[in-house]
Write a protein that binds this ligand. Structure first.
Ligand SMILES: [Cu+2]
Length: 204
């Protein structure tokens, strides 16, 4: 009887280790391509909406939104809510940077040539539009994602997001000309490849 109890305990510990190993091994890499009828779409924001996903703002490098050659660089900047980002002016002239939440301007700063970068943060997830009051052609977007599981598509529309757990998720895709979709998505415990095609319009 004593022998039986010992082996039951040993077996329990073994299964605990096995469970821990399998759980760790289950983390998967999500690969995808966002496209329209005529090919991949660049600068689409892709992130998972799930409540349970961890957010790690501390591990993120300081993000930078530059004003360079009379345009914003990058065109779409993804950050985490509460993550600081620097707004720079690398041009030899002044810019008048403005951040909008919907129609409402929530930040404005005149930035002369050569002035030090300004630090800014946005605490709520969403799509924020950035414009210049002097050069009306200039615009970009700052997107605080819901958590660390985000990516911006490259020129071919490709993304990769690592360390996801298998199961049911909700994927949000946003692109400035094509709009936003939320897609329920089941990830299996193997490498996943995903593609989504915007049907409503052509590639801008
Ligand atoms: Cu400007």
């Amino acid at each position: 009887m004593a022998l039986y109890r010992r082996s039951a305990v040993t077996g329990g510990i073994f299964f605990l280790f096995l469970w821990a190993f399998l759980t760790k091994a289950e983390a998967l890499e999500f690969e995808g391509r966002i496209q329209a009828s005529n090919g991949g779409i660049k600068n689409a924001v892709v992130y998972f909406l799930d409540e349970g996903l961890r957010t790690n703002a501390a591990g993120n490098p300081v993000a930078v939104l530059d004003q360079k050659d009379y345009d914003f660089e990058p065109h779409v900047l993804i950050v985490l809510p509460g993550q600081s980002f620097l707004i720079k002016n690398s041009d030899p002239q002044a810019h008048d940077v403005r951040i909008f939440e919907g129609p409402q301007m929530i930040f404005r700063a005149e930035m002369s040539a050569g002035m030090p970068p300004l630090s800014k943060r946005l605490d709520q997830p969403g799509i924020y539009t950035v414009r210049c009051g002097v050069h009306h052609r200039m615009h970009s977007y700052v997107v605080p994602a819901a958590n660390s599981f985000y990516a911006l598509t490259d020129a071919g529309g490709n993304i990769r997001i690592a360390d996801l757990k298998p199961g049911h998720h909700t994927l949000r895709i946003w692109q400035e000309d094509l709009g936003q979709v939320d897609l329920p998505l089941e990830l299996k415990d193997s490498r996943s490849h995903f593609s989504y095609t915007f049907q409503n319009k052509n590639n801008p």
